[in-house]
Design a protein. Structure first.
Length: 385
């Protein structure tokens, strides 16, 4: 029985510029016929991946549970080989040939042609195989020197020991990296090694209409003579203030499949993702605005044998409040109303848990919990039931 775990968050941010476009303005979008504030899914996933690093620092996770997104895999392999006792120059050459054998070209500057999303276990395994087959790679390197000199990495790979290529082929299986399993990856030169994502993250949008605002600032030279008027620097920063609806869904069966049926790692991964999605914040312009505002509502739903169900349309008609009325509370009430209506209409096996920090009335929507820990515990337990 397939299971989905969905996360719905309402989070009211003070004036901020959390996610900028190419002009430096806060991202936005048209929805329901009005302009809404927006935080991209990429921005949110980046914040979650940074939160994963914090889990490693607190030793809740192991470093090898994660991946790296980089163009510098050659340098990383070279570093790993030198730690195994190999000379740096030779290690770089053999690592280059090994990458070419797998179809991953490296340019003259030592960088790959595009960002690679590789599990740390995958990189370590490549280094181990190169270390063990050191001599066969060396003999092949001489035979392929002309191809390398021309910068033709794939031509250089023709001289590589076929047994090396065979040994390297099964390595790129995701490396049981939680972030690769969740977010997926595409390797243009190795399409057979692509991995479909186990989670989907929606662009966050405001529950209400927004207008851009501008902060005009000036700065004065501290060593400026007292009798000289005027600013030494001035400019503007665009910002807005918005109550965002955020949504994500994880396919439990796909996550376990991507993690090679490691149930314990999948459970840690989905809990870490839920926690990170809830508490991690985008970092855009936070030194300027310090908009550190935790969510006011978090809903976790476990649904079986059903399609994902976003509640975005609760805000198709932009929320409008009267003087003295809480925008966040009204947003919570509309979300609860939409969630209950969809469940009544379409049914299905669903368990919903709600952490509500507002005075909003939920009218029976979900089971209330009193803390984030309780919310995560109950959601994860129901998912694994």
């Amino acid at each position: 029985m397939n299971a989905l775990i969905e996360i719905h968050v309402l989070q009211n941010f003070a004036p901020s510029n959390l996610n900028r476009d190419d002009t430096g303005a806060p991202k936005d979008a048209l929805f329901g016929g009005t302009r809404r504030a927006r935080v991209s899914s990429q921005c949110q996933k980046r914040a979650v991946r940074q939160y994963f690093s914090e889990l490693v620092q607190t030793q809740a996770w192991m470093p090898e549970d994660l991946a790296v997104r980089t163009k510098r895999v050659l340098q990383e392999l070279t570093r790993a080989l030198t730690e195994l006792g190999r000379p740096e120059d030779d290690a770089s050459e053999k690592a280059r040939l090994a990458l070419a054998a797998m179809g991953l070209g490296v340019k003259e500057d030592g960088k790959s042609e595009y960002l690679l999303f590789l599990g740390k276990r995958e990189i370590a395994e490549v280094a181990r195989i190169v270390h063990e087959r050191w001599d066969s790679i060396e003999s092949a390197g001489a035979a392929s020197a002309e191809g390398k000199k021309a910068g033709k990495n794939k031509k250089a790979a023709k001289g590589v020991d076929p047994e090396l290529r065979k040994a390297l082929d099964p390595i790129f299986d995701g490396g049981k990296a939680v972030d690769v399993a969740l977010f997926g990856r595409m390797l243009a030169d190795m399409p057979r090694k692509n991995q479909a994502a186990a989670c989907q993250v929606a662009h966050a949008i405001s529950t209400h209409t927004v207008e851009r605002e501008f902060d005009f600032y000036t700065a004065v030279d501290d060593l400026k003579p007292d009798d000289t008027a005027g600013a030494d620097m001035m400019g503007t920063v665009e910002f807005n203030s918005a109550c965002f609806y955020r949504y994500a869904v994880v396919d439990w069966a796909k996550l376990k499949e991507n993690l090679q049926d490691d149930h314990e790692l999948a459970a840690r991964g989905v809990r870490g993702f839920m926690e990170g999605f809830i508490v991690a914040e985008p970092t855009g312009k936070q030194n300027t605005f310090a908009a550190h505002n935790p969510p006011e509502l978090v809903v976790i739903s476990v649904r079986r044998n059903a399609a994902p169900r976003s509640l975005t349309n609760a805000f198709e008609a932009a929320i409008v409040v009267k003087r003295g009325e809480s925008l966040t509370r009204r947003s919570v009430e509309e979300l609860a109303r939409k969630g209950s209506a969809l469940q009544a209409a379409f049914g299905g096996d669903e368990r919903t848990f709600v952490l509500n920090l507002t005075a909003a009335t939920l009218d029976g929507f979900g089971s209330s919990v009193s803390s984030l820990t309780e919310l995560l515990d109950k959601g994860l337990a129901d998912l694994q039931a």
